[in-house]
Every structure is written in C-alpha cells, then in structure tokens.
Design a protein around this ligand. Structure first.
Ligand SMILES: Cc1cc2nc3c(=O)[nH]c(=O)nc-3n(C[C@H](O)[C@H](O)[C@H](O)COP(=O)(O)O)c2cc1C
Length: 390
C-alpha cells in the first residue's frame, strides 16, 4: 500500500482530488464568482516573509495559548465547515483528531454529524450558528449545543447568498434517491475508494443537517435548512446583542473585516471575533483577511480576542498571522483535504504539519514562545495592508 502520510497540505489536496467524486471535491474548493478573494487569501500569505536568525536560537519553543476560555496546544482552531459526503465519520473524525492534538473543534450547524456526537469526541467544541429561523429556534439550537457539552458559540455573519462561479458549481442533490444516484453514478463509480469507504460502514451520505432539526422532528435536508436561512430576516446589531445575552459563555463573531464592525462586536460583549471573509466563499473582491488583520487588532485587540481565518495552509502562515496580532487562526480547507485524503489520521497529519511548521518558523525567527511574536518578525511589501471602514 502506498504511504498514507503526506508531506504538505498541497499533497493532501492532490490526493483529495483523486479520491473524491467531482461534485464533492468541487463543494470543498467552493469560492465565489471569479475567485478573487479565495486567490488573494492564499497569495497574500505568500507575499509575507521572514528575516531569520542563524545563531542564538531558542532550544525549546512553546506554542500553547488560551483562546475562548480554552487552553490549547497550539494557536489553531478547526473552523466550522458545512460540507457533506467527504468521509463517513465526517465531523466526528475531525473532532477526534483535534482532541488528540489538543485543539478546539468548530462545528457548523450545517454539518453532517450531530453536536452530541461531536462534543462527545472533543471537549473543546464550539458550536457555530447562522442567524436562521426565529428567536425561539435560535435559542433551542444553542440550548441543545450547551446540553451536548459545547464550550462556546460562534455566530457567522458574513454570508450574502452570492452564487455563480466562473469555473462552475457542483451539482448537489436535494437528497440521495434513485434519480440522484443514477445521475451521480459516473463520477462516483470513478472513485471506488471513496465509495467503498461509505459502503463498508453502511452509511450513505444522506445530505441532511441534523443540528438544524426542530425538537422531535427529523433532520432537514441541507437545502431545506439553507432555504430556512435564506428566508430569515437579516439580523440587526440589536438582534446580535440579544443573541450574545442568551449565551452564558465564550461567544465569537465570525466574518469581521471592517474596523467599525469590529468595534460594534466589542460593544455587544463578544469574547472573540474572527477576521474572515468566509474562505473567499462570500463577496468576491473582499481583500484577504490577513491584509485586514492589523487594522482590526489596532482598533480592538486590547478589548477582545482577535483570531483570523482564510488561506492558512502552513505552520509559517500561523506564525505570520500571530505576529500580525492574531491570538490564533482557524483552518478550513486544510483539514478538509486531510479528511478526504486519509480520514481522522489525515486530519492529524495536517495538524502535525502545522505544528512542525510553527516550530521551525519560531526557531528561525529566534522566538522561544509564540506569544512573543510581533510585527517586526514579518516582512511585508509596501501597500500590503488594508484598513477597511473607520
Ligand atoms: C466547503 C466550505 C464550507 C464552509 N461552511 C461554513 C459553515 O458552515 N459555517 C461557517 O461559519 N463557515 C464555513 N466555511 C468557512 C470556514 O469556516 C472558514 O472561514 C474558511 O474555510 C477559512 O478559509 P480556508 O478554507 O482558506 O482555511 C466554509 C468553508 C468551506 C471551504
């Protein structure tokens, strides 16, 4: 058997592409419109550099931090992703991998596995919600997450239902019935390893969102849940202040890129915010989140925990973000590629790569503790940063 271990996240992505049916792979690639933001998230990290030392380097390095009330082994958090059909164990495999590597699990409300199963596998689970449904429904979802053992809530706000991609969107069936099976057969039969993984567990991907179920009812389909979200009136800042007041514990607002919005997130009493553009899946043309990070940190970094997500693929990316003021980063596609390539072990592989990369970068920069990084540790070209809003 070929070695299942992979050397970089790029290699995990190549294996995921070979292993997954075209539509499932396409759902993970995601992006929006022309793909400008998704590309900028990656290329912006490439434009940042280091100025390494070569002597007097620290013999031991520490990368433990505390975020959202949790002591974590390195400044990396699993970002919630609502994708289906990647692996039969889905988010439970991701949660176990994160637990084994001492980091928190962010679980999407559009995930394929229940918050009960996921929180049982990871004792630092944060449950992610969208503003979807009426207030009673939102409360009921948060109460369910709390009862399951979730330690925090992430409310994601940066979504504007933009659709259409220049490279085409994958076809996702409403449910996997005979008609869908016939239509998907050619691409699925071309991926026997993926099919066998599901076949041997007797689980077919049912494309439902169990965490969106109303009490006593069965899980809605992914699209049923999406329709509920699309038809919900959009939240105001007062609504968000109300939501925050209903959760007694760490509360993160995800999707901030403007300085003025960051201030309002502080005003509603959130614990943390994520500088994020939804991995480039939302409004195309939004700058890379790493470009917007320092301005947000300057405005609110002493009042709230600022984390970043978007484009993190290497340990050195984590170090760049922390040097520019993030307390931690959240990762999306990086762990999805690992899951697709090799299940739970693949996610652990990705986390080990990040850990190794953080350690090397700290050593090269000459910092013994990740909390001692500062902006001087990163080299940025002129005009790199963006200050969005006032
Ligand atoms: C396929 C996919 C599905 C996602 N679903 C969600 C979701 O359900 N909730 C959410 O808050 N963010 C979601 N995101 C955004 C991620 O949490 C995260 O912000 C993004 O993936 C970070 O960028 P990266 O993939 O470059 O690491 C999704 C991202 C992808 C790629």
């Amino acid at each position: 058997m070929a070695n299942a271990w992979f050397e970089t996240v790029a290699e995990a992505q190549r294996r995921a592409k070979k292993r997954l049916p075209r539509s499932v792979y396409g759902a993970l690639v995601a992006g929006s419109e022309k793909g400008l933001t998704v590309a900028d998230n990656l290329s912006a990290f490439d434009q940042l550099g280091f100025a390494p030392h070569m002597a007097n380097l620290p013999r031991e390095r520490s990368m433990a931090v505390t975020v959202m009330g949790q002591d974590i082994a390195m400044p990396v958090i699993i970002s919630p992703t609502g994708v289906q059909a990647v692996h039969p164990e889905g988010e439970v495999a991701i949660a176990r991998a994160a637990q084994n590597r001492g980091i928190p699990m962010g679980l999407s409300s559009f995930a394929s596995r229940s918050v009960e199963d996921v929180a049982a596998a990871n004792d630092k689970t944060f449950f992610q919600i969208y503003w979807c449904g009426d207030k009673d429904t939102l409360l009921q979802r948060m109460e369910r997450a709390k009862a399951a053992g979730a330690k925090g809530v992430i409310v994601t706000l940066d979504w504007s239902f933009s659709n259409g991609r220049d490279w085409g969107s994958p076809w996702i069936p409403e449910k996997v019935d005979l008609k869908a099976a016939v239509k998907l057969a050619p691409e699925v039969l071309a991926r026997p390893k993926w099919l066998w993984q599901f076949a041997r567990t007797f689980r077919i991907p049912d494309l439902t969102a169990p965490n969106m179920a109303k009490p006593g009812e069965k899980a809605p389909t992914f699209f049923g849940a999406y329709y509920e979200w699309m038809t919900t009136p959009l939240p105001t800042w007062e609504d968000l202040a109300w939501l925050r007041s209903q959760w007694d514990g760490p509360f993160m607002v995800k999707g901030v890129c403007r300085v003025d919005d960051a201030r309002r997130v502080v005003d509603i009493g959130a614990t943390a915010l994520s500088v994020s553009n939804h991995g480039g899946n939302n409004l195309d043309g939004t700058p890379a989140s790493i470009r917007a990070l320092p301005a947000v940190v300057d405005a609110v970094g002493n009042q709230i925990e600022v984390v970043l997500d978007g484009g993190v693929r290497r340990g050195s990316d984590v170090v760049k973000a922390v040097a520019l003021g993030a307390k931690a980063v959240m990762i999306g596609r990086a762990y999805l590629w690992g899951l697709a390539a090799n299940g739970q072990a693949g996610v652990e592989n990705v986390l080990d790569l990040l850990r190794g990369g953080i350690d090397s970068a700290l050593m090269g920069i000459g910092k013994a503790d990740i909390r001692d990084l500062d902006r001087g540790d990163v080299v940025a070209p002129d005009g790199f940063f963006r200050r969005l809003g006032e």
